[in-house]
Design a protein around this ligand. Structure first.
Ligand SMILES: Cc1cc2nc3c(=O)[nH]c(=O)nc-3n(C[C@H](O)[C@H](O)[C@H](O)COP(=O)(O)OP(=O)(O)OC[C@H]3O[C@@H](n4cnc5c(N)ncnc54)[C@H](O)[C@@H]3O)c2cc1C
Length: 384
């Protein structure tokens, strides 16, 4: 018999999330795509249902579950018909807030983590800048000490949830780059977005993930209190590298689950659509295409679940996580592209979700560390 990491509790959780996604989220997916905006009520509603902190301890507003509960949520959210929604929620739950739980003070947990789990504060993660994406050490946003606090100047770009965020978990340079300590001089901060000098300079227009708001942020002489520092001063590079493991893993889980959803709808379409007097699923080439994809998805899922199992035990292997991110990102887009091909002209039409899925799934090969960055990590760790 096939083993599964999911218990009957996880199965019940999955069933209730599926109902919520089908009843409350999926009916709005198209409208949010047209509006370029996910409705604001989604965050507090998911907070009320306890879905924003499934693996977070109860004392900080979470449900105290294990990592497999988070996996269930990430998988089920792919059923909502929009790539933007799982991404926006993933930023809240698995990218911007885990560093608060991991490195934050008790006060920071109460002030930021608890409301983020309730959905009353929206969180963003601010790493990328106009002149520094893959190369995190090249960031220029700078904090200079000022009395008990700091003054920040700089900009961050492509920040998911950035137009609506209440705070940004931000990577900031706090000392000049030092050749003797190449990883030092960077720190994490929790930056409130209503501080003077903080500006959402633009809501960026994008090929896909159109329902998700993506911001260019400017900071000009933003006064930040001393207790906005998250974790240890100058140790932010190591802290954000830890954060990126969780970000990449949740992205990989969503990528594999999304690939399955796409594969299922492609199969259904090929059984309905007829050409030359038979369903196109009747052509051997179609069946073999679907079989090859299903085999690749199964293999990717096994790799990702192995990494999830380690994460659930509080362990992680950077090389494995990078492999998960790389394979899932590529596969999600490959399946979406093949699905478009199997749908023929209808795949290219705005009438079907196929084109939206194709546009949305392309991002994973760029965001959160591009394919090439994952390959660099893997090759270094393999000693190539
Ligand atoms: C829709 C969207 C949402 C995003 N959300 C967020 C967010 O919420 N927070 C955030 O901080 N960032 C976010 N990003 C930014 C994203 O993480 C970066 O775009 C990504 O890390 C790549 O950085 P870059 O765009 O500067 O590309 P660059 O770093 O300029 O890379 C350009 C190309 O060069 C390649 N390259 C770079 N270095 C190497 C190398 N050493 N070897 C080989 N090839 C290399 C890259 O792989 C890529 O193909 C988002 C981006 C998008 C598009």
């Amino acid at each position: 018999m096939r083993t599964t990491p999911f218990t009957t509790e996880h199965d019940a959780l999955r069933a209730s999330i599926r109902r919520f996604v089908e009843d409350e989220l999926a009916p709005h997916a198209r409208e949010w795509e047209e509006d370029g905006w996910i409705a604001d009520w989604v965050w507090p509603r998911m907070g009320e249902l306890g879905l924003l902190g499934l693996s977070v301890p109860e004392e900080y507003g979470g449900q105290g579950g294990d990592y497999w509960s988070t996996v269930v949520l990430a998988e089920e959210l792919t059923r909502c018909g929009s790539g933007s929604l799982p991404m926006a929620i993933g930023v809240q739950t698995d990218m911007a807030t885990p560093p608060i739980l991991q490195f934050g003070t008790e006060q920071q947990k109460q002030d930021y983590l608890v409301p983020a789990m309730q959905g009353t504060k929206i969180a963003s993660i601010g790493i990328s800048e106009p002149d520094a994406g893959s190369d995190v050490r090249a960031i220029r946003t700078r904090a200079r000490p000022d009395g008990d606090g700091w003054v920040l100047n700089g900009s961050k770009t492509y920040i998911t949830n950035g137009v609506r965020a209440d705070f940004v978990t931000m990577v900031v340079r706090t000392a000049d780059a030092d050749p003797g300590d190449p990883w030092g001089g960077i720190s994490l901060f929790l930056i409130e977005t209503d501080l003077p000098g903080f500006e959402v300079a633009a809501k960026l227009d994008k090929v896909g993930m159109r329902a998700s708001d993506t911001a260019l942020l400017h900071l000009e002489d933003v006064p930040v209190p001393g207790d906005a520092l998250l974790g240890t001063v100058h140790e932010g590079f190591k802290q954000i590298m830890w954060q990126l493991q969780g970000e990449r893993l949740i992205g990989a889980i969503g990528g594999v689950a999304g690939a399955w959803r796409t594969w299922e709808s492609a199969l259904a379409y090929t059984r309905e659509r007829e050409a030359f007097g038979r369903p196109i699923s009747g052509f051997q080439v179609t069946r073999h295409t679907l079989v090859d994809l299903a085999t690749e998805i199964e293999a990717a899922q096994a790799l990702v679940y192995e990494a999830c199992d380690a994460w659930n035990r509080g362990e992680y292997d950077v090389e494995r996580v990078a492999m998960c991110k790389l394979v899932a990102a590529q596969l999600a887009f490959k399946v979406a592209d093949t699905s478009m091909q199997l749908h023929g002209g209808y795949g290219y039409s705005r009438e079907f979700d196929v084109e939206r899925n194709w546009r949305d799934s392309r991002l994973a090969r760029i965001g959160g560390g591009a394919d090439e960055v994952q390959r660099e990590i893997i090759s270094k760790l393999m000693g190539l």
